[in-house]
Design a protein around this ligand. Structure first.
Ligand code: T4K
Length: 409
């Protein structure tokens, strides 16, 4: 393994030796406590109760409720379904305002239900929904606003709540990135009418696949519990329309063990984020997205904004270079959800300048469990080498493979 690049011929894309033989992914999970998870899965099998609100689901919900500050937690099969179920439970209609800069699931979940998705631009510094822009998009058909706590940073909740109160709208938060984060000293989960989490394998807290809706509203939680299990109220009594959105006992087993080790994960994530920040500080042409120090954060994502004019090399070319080195950095959320299907054909003239600029400049680096401290140093060294040879690399790469073809393992 080497990352010393003394000329452009040393880069793997141009025939040099790759820095990593085994690819480093964004969000690759690790299971240092695998034996404990397997033991708990074994319990479920021995009990012969593997899903349907089993004892481990109940234990997980109770522990999550305590962890999040005594709120209602309704676990579901994933973060996308959490949004769908919530939108239905709140009977959202017409138009829902969402940021253009988010993972596609935020919009798809709503659109899947037949709602009209209205994309709003974000603040270029925070990457979060801009309350003033939200207010300008409200029409008589608007029923709700969905803020996204991107990268674990929390939306401007008070300003958004004021906007929603003025127009009698529901306020939801997609908190897929913000488990373990706090706002004004309280854990994210109880903001707005409700929040949704993803417990996908790539997330800070994972149950392999999974998610949850959290809320302070007990009646809403009760409705969601019915909806996630076909509307069954008892053994054979169905009282409402519902689907199957249940989490399994296997997922709960992983969640219960991972929950025991959240603090260790937070500490190592933070160390890696700080290592990146330190190693890249003062580098002209890139900005390490700043994570708040005043509140709890999970430091799951290490996000760079790449300045192509200043460095002489495009973000996509940098990604090509890194991928060839075995560093599978991601250009989340290129090109902005409003430029993805089906929205781009439905709203071809919609322009969200900040969202599009972020879609063109953001590069998410492997962090968290996907890398060691030494890997972070090596990846930072690589980035510094890319900065040194930026224009030369760009010139040499012109006409080479598409940046969307990434190696997988
Ligand atoms: N809202 C927001 C704001 C979200 O970010 C997400 C999900 C949702 C809602 C929806 O929640 P879920 O329905 O997913 O629970 C990943 C995740 O799949 C996705 O959950 C996440 N956001 C998004 C930000 O990232 P992709 O498109 O990057 O690809 P994926 O999952 O194939 O893998 C990411 C990298 O990790 C790859 O290099 C492969 C690697 N990997 C992945 C898995 C699952 C592994 O090495 N091991 C693994 O087990 O979406």
């Amino acid at each position: 393994m080497t990352s010393s690049k003394n000329g452009i011929g040393d880069f793997a894309l141009l025939g040099g030796k790759a820095a990593f033989h085994r690819p480093r992914h964004v969000g690759q999970p690790a299971f240092p406590h695998k034996e404990k998870i397997l033991a708990r899965i074994g319990e479920a099998m021995d009990r012969r109760w593997v899903t349907n609100n089993g004892p481990m689901i109940q234990e997980l919900e109770a522990r999550l409720a305590t962890y999040l500050g005594g709120i209602e937690v309704v676990t579901v099969s994933n973060g996308t379904v959490a949004l769908e179920l919530l939108a239905r439970a709140l009977d959202l209609r017409g138009e829902v305002i969402v940021p253009g800069y988010t993972f596609v699931a935020t919009a798809h979940a709503l659109r899947w239900l037949g709602l009209s998705v209205v994309f709003c631009d974000v603040d270029p510094a925070t990457h979060l929904l801009d309350p003033a822009r939200v207010e300008a998009l409200i029409t008589p058909r608007t029923s709700a606003v969905v803020g996204v706590h991107l990268w674990g940073e929390v939306c401007a909740t008070s300003a958004l709540a004021a906007v929603c109160a003025r127009h009698d709208l529901r306020l939801l938060f997609d908190a897929a990135h913000a488990f373990g984060c706090s706002h004004e000293g309280r854990m994210v989960g109880g903001l707005g009418d409700a929040e949704t989490f993803s417990f996908h394998g790539t997330k800070f807290f994972n149950t392999f696949e999974g998610g949850a809706v959290t809320t302070r509203n007990g009646a809403l939680a009760a409705r969601l519990r019915l909806m996630r299990n076909f509307g069954f109220e008892g053994f054979d009594r169905v009282s409402a329309l519902g689907i199957n959105a249940r989490l399994s006992e296997v997922a709960a087993a992983a969640g219960l063990v991972n929950l025991d080790h959240l603090e260790e994960t937070t500490v190592s994530n933070r160390r890696r984020y700080l290592l990146y920040r330190q190693a890249l500080s003062g580098a002209d042409g890139l900005r390490v997205y700043p994570i708040s120090e005043a509140e709890r954060r999970n430091h799951q994502y290490c996000v760079l904004e790449w300045n192509a004019p200043a460095t002489g090399i495009s973000r996509d070319a940098v990604m090509q270079v890194l991928h060839a080195e075995g560093v599978l950095a991601r250009r989340y959320f290129y090109p902005g959800v409003h430029r993805m299907g089906p929205y781009r054909t439905e709203q071809p003239d919609l322009r969200l300048p900040n969202t599009e600029a972020l879609g063109d400049s953001v590069l998410v680096l492997p962090g968290s469990h996907a890398v060691s401290d030494e890997d972070v140093e090596r990846i930072s060294e690589l980035l510094r080498a890319v900065l040194r040879f930026g224009p030369e690399l760009q010139g040499a790469l012109a006409g080479s493979a598409s940046p969307t073809t990434s190696p997988r393992s």
